[in-house]
Design a protein around this ligand. Sequence first.
Ligand SMILES: Cc1cc2nc3c(=O)[nH]c(=O)nc-3n(C[C@H](O)[C@H](O)[C@H](O)COP(=O)(O)OP(=O)(O)OC[C@H]3O[C@@H](n4cnc5c(N)ncnc54)[C@H](O)[C@@H]3O)c2cc1C
Length: 447
Amino acid sequence: MAVSNAVDGSGGRGSTAAPWRNWAGNVTARPARTVTPASTEELAAAVRAAAADGLTVKAAGTGHSFTPAAATDGLLVRPERLTGVRAVDRAAGTVTVAAGTPLKRLNETLSAHGLSLTNMGDIMEQTVSGAVSTGTHGTGRDSASLAAQISGLQLVTADGSVLTCSAEENPDVFAAARLGLGALGVISELTFAVEPEFLLTAREEPMPFDEVTGRFDELVAENEHFEFYWFPHTGNCNTKRNNRSQGPAAPPGRISGWVEDELLSNGVFQVACAVGRALPAAIPGIARISSRALSARTYTDIPYKVFTSPRRVRFVEMEYALPRAAAVAALGELKALVERSDFKISFPVEVRTAPADDLPLSTASGRDTVYVAVHMYRGTPHEAYFAAAERIMTAHGGRPHWGKLHTRDAAYLAAAYPRFGEFTAVRDRLDPDRRFGNAYLRRVLGD
Ligand SMILES: Cc1cc2nc3c(=O)[nH]c(=O)nc-3n(C[C@H](O)[C@H](O)[C@H](O)COP(=O)(O)OP(=O)(O)OC[C@H]3O[C@@H](n4cnc5c(N)ncnc54)[C@H](O)[C@@H]3O)c2cc1C
């Protein structure tokens, strides 16, 4: 077993750890020690050694959660060496990867084999296991989150044994552990159902808020993947429609792609956010200009190049999953909130959809869903805006993204998720001593 800062002669105990920070910089943890296993066997040995020493255990991905979901003062399992493709089965349409594999590497490997995931989120820096464990999703009329695309997994449980799970093998654990919040064990590998690589045509187009909300049902119904961004302090939105295409591929030109994706969405946006942080009164004016800077464009490319883009400007985020029928009303209330308040919001509000799925703790569990995400530039006070937005979302029966900021507790979540008890029963059976517990899980799942 390799460890991050010591030669390992530790019997799976690993090294004394440096503090751990998440991507947004709003969560810091001080684990008692760290391990970086390279195999399922090394991972199981590390869990057994932690249990023998009375330490709790948390696996971290790349720390892209805004909640302290991966924070621990016990043993921190780092993902860096538990990576790589373990099997590609073209006939079955599956690929098996080690739990710490970054989504970027999964996507690139799939593409090299002429395969693709069906749907994915906005970025691909996260690990596969971190992404599925909090319900990472993109937007889709028919296709759901990453966790819903899993057909099998391997889980190291509290006593260090290895459980193989699928719809046929340990089906109750499989149902829960696909989106398990790290509460049931440490995932060592995941199998995704994949499909032959296809092309997507993206159409990005500015649209007024009133039009996009007025036509929302139609836009969702007519497109395989519809999403939009609303720019607070304005009536402007940018819409994006992705649909499968026969081709040919026509990626954005190198220069125009760089202007849109790097210069405007990252470079200029970073400067605009920094100016807004120093001079909040300038934000509405900046929003009016920047909401007009992105122009209409159409391009066709392989899926991960259409779904994902670089996100270099650091922010904090809260996202709620609403019943689809409540979305337009909630968005109207959010817009009215910004108009009547003193909040100065430099980040757009992102709106996406998902079909109902069958995962107990999925934010889309059992209901067609619209996601509404609010963001604030890092270092800007976000609490009052997020609290006011959260009141709107919870009044509509919203479920918070498990990896994004929220203030909900187990009592609220038990009422929001009809199958909550099914999940906690599996947790009680697999981890009665809460080897995989932390403060976040105590809040959202209970003791
Ligand atoms: C810039 C940015 C863009 C984002 N875009 C999207 C998006 O488009 N859609 C969306 O839904 N979310 C998005 N997110 C949220 C992000 O996808 C999730 O928070 C995701 O969980 C992060 O994955 P990670 O690898 O960083 O895991 P971490 O945040 O490090 O960990 C997340 C959880 O997974 C658990 N975990 C990690 N590895 C294992 C393992 N091996 N076994 C068991 N549990 C494990 C951790 O304990 C923790 O509970 C975004 C976040 C950022 C910062």
